[in-house]
Design a protein around this ligand. Structure first.
Ligand code: NAD
Ligand code: DAU
Length: 349
């Protein structure tokens, strides 16, 4: 009998990498991808799996109790890997309620359905979360699993709240849960509202590169497939009730990262060196902009033997190549609603 593993948000950026990894590596699992296909969800991210026998897609909004319960009844769910979320900090600043609905209410609806209908004694509810729940760092230090929660944006407040609900279901109902908190991911299929694909798209089209504030904020970047491999190891071997931090040990100031991107893109596009740097435009900072994130992933490394597999230079080049080679994908997701989002967000900044 195959185990039915429900992956939520599998049509999104990280979710599509997780779904592909699990479908390809675990033929004994039936992977059910539950996704509402919001602006960030795209079945074009998974065309290679469409006819794969151990893969099933169900369009479903996790805030709809009846629809979520129907899927649990239909499939006898063994375990859940929960990635569905509203994920963009800037959108959470303009529209926090969407984030409360999906990230908080939706997560509780899933927890409740798993509590009621989850089938297996050895199953688990794995919640995929973010390092942003810990707030912001100064120049030194790293987030560990015991860093107190201190979220600053509506997005991170909603993710912190969902983490707390997951823990509460463990304490109160003994639900077998595990949580991971990861740093910034980069790689293929990321919606171009996020820094790296947005900048790639703009460089390609000779559009201004909007750097918030002075570009001094720092992020810790991880190759998305290394996030997927960490999720794999934590799902299978992580201890119930525990939290694991995941990070790339790869800190970059935003401006330095954009400089590096311009340099590589000029080379790849055959433009004179330094040409794309002229596109850099400093714009009004993000409200409540967290200064620095950095992850201490030693618990995951020491306990479960995980470490990132790809060096940043290599992963970054591969990422840029993917966006350049997949012009149709990029043009598809940057037409229509993206245009109005972009002008509302950037035109008067
Ligand atoms: P994404 O925005 O690319 O994808 C989110 C997916 O969730 C989309 O497919 C969307 O259709 C789906 N979704 C949204 N609302 C839904 C709803 N109400 N019901 C069902 N599906 C819904 O996000 P991502 O960057 O892939 O992030 C995935 C998860 O990983 C999120 O929980 C996010 O908080 C977490 N995370 C992201 C990063 C990062 O760097 N991107 C880092 C750490 C953690
Ligand atoms: O740390 C994990 C988090 O990383 C995830 O939980 C979030 O889902 C994910 O979106 C990401 O959040 P960030 O806010 O760090 O990512 P973003 O790509 O939006 O921004 C990265 C940095 O770049 C941040 O300091 C803001 C800055 N930035 C971003 C955009 C979109 C710019 O300077 N200009 C931009 O246009």
């Amino acid at each position: 009998m195959k185990k039915n593993i429900l992956i939520t948000g599998g049509a999104g950026f990280i979710g599509s990498h997780v779904v592909r990894r699990f479908v390809n590596r675990y033929p004994d699992y039936q992977i059910i991808n539950l996704d509402a296909l919001t602006y960030a969800g795209n079945l074009a991210n998974l065309t290679d799996l469409e006819t794969t026998e151990n893969y099933t897609f169900r369009k479903c909004d996790i805030t709809n109790v009846a629809d979520v319960e129907a899927i649990f009844k239909e499939f006898k769910i063994h375990s859940v890997i929960h990635l569905a979320a509203e994920s963009h900090v800037d959108r959470s600043i303009t529209n926090p309620i969407d984030f409360v609905m999906t990230n908080v209410v939706g997560t509780v609806i899933l927890l409740n359905a798993y509590k009621q209908y989850g089938e297996a004694a050895d199953g688990r509810f794995y919640h995929v979360s973010t390092d942003e729940v810990y707030g912001t760092l100064g120049d030194d230090g790293k987030f560990t699993e015991t860093t107190p929660y201190d979220p600053n944006s509506p997005y991170s407040a909603s993710k912190a709240s969902s983490d707390h609900f997951v823990r509460a279901y463990h304490e109160t109902y003994k639900l077998p849960v595990v949580i991971s908190n990861c740093s910034n991911n980069y790689g293929s299929h990321q919606f171009p509202e996020k820094l790296i694909p947005l900048m790639i798209h703009n460089i390609k089209n000779n559009k201004p590169l909007p750097v918030y504030g002075k570009g001094e904020n720092v992020r810790d970047w991880l190759w998305v497939e290394d996030h997927a491999s960490a999720i794999d190891v934590i799902f299978h071997e992580g201890r119930i009730g525990e939290t694991y931090n995941i990070g790339g040990n790869n800190e970059w100031k935003n401006l330095d990262l954009v400089h590096k991107l311009c340099e590589i893109m000029d080379r790849k596009l055959g433009r004179p060196a330094g040409k794309s740097l002229e596109l850099i435009t400093f714009v009004t900072d993000r409200a409540g902009h967290d200064f620095r994130y950095a992850i201490d992933a030693s618990k995951l490394e020491n306990e479960l033997g995980w470490s990132p597999s790809v060096a940043f230079d290599q992963g970054f080049e591969k990422t840029i190549d993917w966006y350049l080679e997949n012009e149709e994908w990029l043009e598809g997701v940057t037409s229509g609603a993206y245009q109005s989002y972009y002008s509302e967000h950037y035109d008067h900044r």
